[in-house]
Design a protein. Structure first.
Ligand SMILES: Cc1cc2nc3c(=O)[nH]c(=O)nc-3n(C[C@H](O)[C@H](O)[C@H](O)COP(=O)(O)OP(=O)(O)OC[C@H]3O[C@@H](n4cnc5c(N)ncnc54)[C@H](O)[C@@H]3O)c2cc1C
Ligand SMILES: [Zn+2]
Lengths: 417, 109
């Protein structure tokens, strides 16, 4: 079914009885050309672009839970292209362009809202760093506007400009930055892949990767063995566990990142606001909830819930930036497991096993990457060659030391990116 | 909230009194080592779901570094021990075995 205004009218007059499930629930076949391990945003977009861009459809996406149960349904939905290192810059720029055409491409409303992202700064040194970043963004063909204190005031009259510790000096505005409805992104890609013949197999945990003579031959799963000519790992926070099935160690450590949402409020925050010094960022969902978050819990974790100290820290940062927020009641908080890489940049590459591919290291920024990651990973799997926009996301950069992309300059500490 | 006991000064405290320092028992490789050894030391991590050995520092206390055994799935702390060792002491291993029979981490079990 194609969605359009006419369908909505028709259903309004026929009791909303005509809507169909958006994807099939097929039994796994015995063999596929390509098996993707992980049905998160990146697995689904990879399947979609394999089918759409490369005409490959004998594909299964194996998901141990349900579609949308991982980080794709847990993130705070920020979409931006404000990176400055070569490698990241062109990749996220490509991703944002794909976002801008995504809804018509998928025929699905992902509620992509380019409401503008403002990164605040609080010192001359920080201003210089943001000027440099903004120039890099403009050189890449994206947009950036330097705001002084009054410029910020016009956009964000409600923040505390005169905080003694972090007075607001200005901000870098990225007008094309914004948010999107995270679940809808998973659903839209799932529907698009399914419509092109990809099997989305839920409740199917991969428990082993079969390799013979250095070549991948299939996977073992909770629903039986499945043979495959190519196997692509794309398991985000579980990447280490999945790679271990192929005898691989990854330069990845898994950490929990928390997020918070308040009760629904009238429109109050029009932008995405990032308060880096407080490790805090916030936006308002279309439902009215204030969606915000902060840093990792700092010690490695596979528990999809965080601890109290980071909650307290995030609330304190919120109060520091915008004291008015104290009136809002927090409704829920949750956590997701992040695949933290040592330089904060991702990996999209082949492995030492023939036919086995790896996609991981998204840290806490992998939502905005969903379109471009799927695009590049599909290209790599289909053609055997890296896509231009992701050619620097090599696994061996950690062996050779060449091409390490530490965007924040924090060193090789997994929990600092 | 994690509760840790500093083996250096004996004080027990909540995690806010300490700072996590990442994986323990890393063997340090420097100039002259092979690329693979250096990569392993600098970037590769065990990253287990379950029993994990890691470094902590008693930052708001005596300031000393020490090591802890913790479960990354339940966040249970099995015990802490001094940093001046290349292997978890037997009593810590026994405590883990009582709760996670059959555990292993690198060459330890
Ligand atoms: C609180 C929070 C806030 C965030 N905010 C942002 C943000 O604002 N902007 C942004 O760009 N990014 C953000 N991120 C990061 C982003 O969500 C992730 O980087 C991204 O979603 C990871 O890729 P994914 O969607 O494929 O992961 P997931 O959805 O986690 O997909 C991986 C899937 O693999 C499955 N899997 C794992 N092991 C197996 C197995 N053995 N067999 C079968 N299936 C398996 C899992 O069940 C899971 O569904 C945030 C993350 C969190 C947790
Ligand atoms: Zn102490």
């Amino acid at each position: 079914m194609r969605y359009n205004a006419w369908q909505i009218f028709k259903e309004a007059f026929t009791g909303q009885t005509g809507w169909k499930p958006v994807w099939r629930d097929p039994e796994p076949k015995k063999e596929y050309d390509i098996v993707l391990i992980g049905g998160g945003g990146h697995g689904l977009s990879t399947a979609y672009y394999l089918a759409k861009n490369h005409g490959l459809t004998n594909i299964a996406v194996l998901e141990k839970g349900y579609i949308g149960s991982g980080n794709i349904g847990r993130n705070t939905t920020i979409v931006r292209a404000n990176y400055f290192l070569p490698g990241n810059s062109e990749f996220y720029s490509h991703s944002l362009k794909l976002w801008e055409g995504l809804e018509s491409d998928l025929n699905y409303n992902v509620m992509h809202s380019q409401r503008g992202l403002i990164n605040l700064f609080h010192s001359d040194g920080q201003r210089d760093a943001f000027v440099r970043r903004g120039n890099a963004m403009i050189n890449q063909g994206d947009d950036a506007v330097l705001l002084d204190r009054d410029g910020v005031r016009q956009h964000l009259p409600y923040i505390d400009f005169d905080n003694v510790r972090f007075p607001v000096y200005g901000g870098l505005l990225h007008p094309r930055g914004g948010t999107a409805r995270h679940d809808a992104v998973a659903w839209g890609y799932a529907r698009g892949a399914d419509q092109r013949g990809v099997d989305l197999i839920q409740n199917c945990e991969v428990t082993g990767i079969d390799i013979s003579n250095g070549k991948v031959t299939g996977v073992q799963t909770s629903r039986g063995p499945i043979r495959a000519k190519k196997v692509a790992m794309v398991a985000a926070g579980r990447s280490g566990q999945v790679a271990a099935m192929a005898g691989m160690r990854l330069p990845i450590e898994s950490h929990v990142l928390q997020a918070f949402v308040t009760e629904g409020l009238k429109p109050v925050i029009d932008h995405v606001v990032s308060f880096g010094m407080g490790h805090f960022y916030i936006s308002q969902s279309d439902k009215g909830g204030l969606v915000f978050g902060g840093d990792l819990d700092f010690y490695s974790s596979y528990a999809q819930r965080g601890n109290l100290p980071m909650k307290e820290h995030v609330m304190e940062a919120a109060m520091t930036l915008m004291p008015m927020i104290g009136k809002a009641k927090v409704l829920r908080s949750w956590g997701g497991i992040m695949d933290m890489s040592p330089d904060g940049s991702p990996i999209i590459d082949r492995t030492h096993v023939d036919g086995l591919f790896v996609n991981c290291g998204w840290n806490y920024g992998g939502f905005k990457a969903v379109p471009a990651s799927g695009w590049a990973y599909a290209h790599l799997i289909a053609t055997g060659k890296p896509h231009d926009t992701a050619a620097r996301y090599r696994l061996d950069r950690f062996t050779t030391g060449r091409g390490i992309m530490d965007e924040e300059g924090t060193g090789s500490q997994h929990n600092l990116h | 909230m994690l509760t840790l006991t500093c083996p250096c000064c004996g004080v027990s405290g909540e995690e806010t009194e300490f700072h996590a320092g990442g994986e323990a028992h890393l063997k340090r490789y420097g100039p002259g080592s092979s690329d693979n050894d250096f990569e392993g030391y600098l970037f590769m991590r065990e990253n287990p779901k379950g029993v994990h050995f890691e470094r902590w520092r008693h930052v708001y206390g005596c300031g000393k570094w020490f090591l802890a055994a913790r479960c990354t799935a339940t966040l249970e702390v099995f015990g802490t021990y001094p940093a001046q060792t290349t292997e978890p002491p037997q009593d810590i291993k026994d405590k883990i075995t009582a709760k996670r029979p059959g555990w292993s981490w690198r060459d330890f079990a």
